[in-house]
Design a protein around this ligand. Structure first.
Ligand SMILES: [Zn+2]
Ligand SMILES: [Zn+2]
Length: 372
């Protein structure tokens, strides 16, 4: 027996090899001076907690990690439990060639037993160890879902229109914009972004959101898509625990009086106009000729005009004949009589049918709807 001249500090046996000569081991493992039998007697390959609690939000599926709620996008909590368990397990620093696996066993809806199997090599000896860690899923309501449920909001966007109520399309788009902005902010990890409420009111739609920044973005994006303008007003609600004043901001959006797709008569003698755009000043197409119409600078998006209808009021009718460069014959969609009406330059020769609008101003051919 080769003697190293060293003795085990616990049992006093002489040591064959001084374990302290293993490079680097003493600094890491205080037990490294022990003989093999004393060393393995108290050795744990795996360091595992007795139990793990995973707090999840039963509303949105967020998981509480550290001291905050995190959106993990988990389909079910088994994957989350495996991750959390894996993070909580430690393997002895002296072990090499470590491999391990964690197998979940669903006990009931809120309990998962994690079978964790480890293998590794310590002092030249292959070891394996299995530990079972119970994971309890505790279902709670996260801070954000609590605030949504409580109706918390910092900003209201009021969507209205001048001299009319907003169209279904405008209201649907307003809500979609709100959801898009919140989704964009959530994608950056922002958990404070949410839509609290979307509600129809007399004259339009109110959207309540969690921050003033979201409200402002909705108002800006709506106006850039539909024209019009918005103003904001703030109201002191309370002071928070730090004495900071908390304001609620209302963004009042006023969409222009005429929406694209409407047919109006500016009563300037040149006949009806199909509204194409209300960005800045109103632009449209004359139904008699197909020429462009643009409201004067001072009228902006609200020239004096009479409403005649909407593109959705149009019907298709038979194009009977092209009379000359200024007139065509169509069937009146109500009486089926042949009528001679103005020929706009957008009318395509060779069409069998054309969309027409019958209004107080008479019968007019509409341009083809590019969205169809
Ligand atoms: Zn010993
Ligand atoms: Zn939640």
């Amino acid at each position: 027996m080769t003697r190293s001249g060293a003795f085990c500090p616990r049992c006093g046996d002489p040591l064959e090899k001084d374990p302290r000569n293993r490079p680097g081991s003493e600094a890491r493992d205080p037990d490294s001076a022990l003989c093999d039998s004393c060393y393995f007697e108290q050795f744990d390959l795996v360091d595992a907690p007795d139990r793990i609690e995973v707090r999840v939000c039963s509303q949105c599926g967020a998981v509480h990690r550290g001291n905050r709620w995190v959106d993990v996008g988990a389909e079910d909590y088994t994957d989350v439990a495996v991750d959390v368990t894996s993070e909580a397990l430690g393997v002895h620093i002296e072990a090499t060639d470590v491999s391990w696996q964690v197998a979940p066993e669903q006990v009931d809806r809120n309990t998962i037993r994690m079978h964790c199997t480890f293998t590794g090599v310590v002092r030249g000896t292959a070891l394996s160890e299995e530990v079972i860690v119970p994971v309890k899923i505790s279902r709670e309501t996260c801070k954000r879902c609590g605030r949504i449920a409580g109706g918390s909001f910092a900003s209201t966007v009021q969507i209205r229109a001048v001299d009319r109520t907003p169209t279904d399309e405008e209201e649907e788009r307003a809500e979609a914009i709100a959801r898009e902005i919140v989704a964009e902010m959530e994608a950056t990890g922002d958990r404070e972004a949410f839509v609290t409420d979307v509600g129809s009111v007399d004259g339009g739609l109110n959207i309540k959101v969690s921050t003033t920044k979201i409200g402002q973005k909705i108002a800006q994006r709506l106006v850039s898509e539909f024209g019009g303008s918005f103003s904001d007003s703030e109201r002191l609600i309370t002071e928070d625990e730090d004495g900071e004043k908390v304001y609620r901001v209302t963004y009042a959006v006023r969409l222009p009086p005429y929406a694209p797709g409407e047919i109006i008569d500016p009563e300037d003698g040149d006949g009806p106009v199909l509204v194409r755009s209300v960005q800045g000043n109103l632009k449209g197409t004359r139904l008699k000729t197909g020429r462009d119409y643009e409201a004067g600078f001072e009228d902006g998006d609200a020239p004096d005009a009479t409403r005649l209808g909407d593109r959705s009021d149009s019907v298709r009718t038979t194009l009977v004949a092209i009379e000359d460069e200024n007139a065509v014959q169509v069937l009146d969609p109500d009486t089926y009589e042949t009528k001679s009406i103005p020929r706009p330059d957008y009318l395509e020769e060779g069409s069998d049918e054309v969309p027409v609008l019958k209004s107080r101003a008479g019968l007019h051919v509409l341009p083809r709807d590019e969205n169809e």
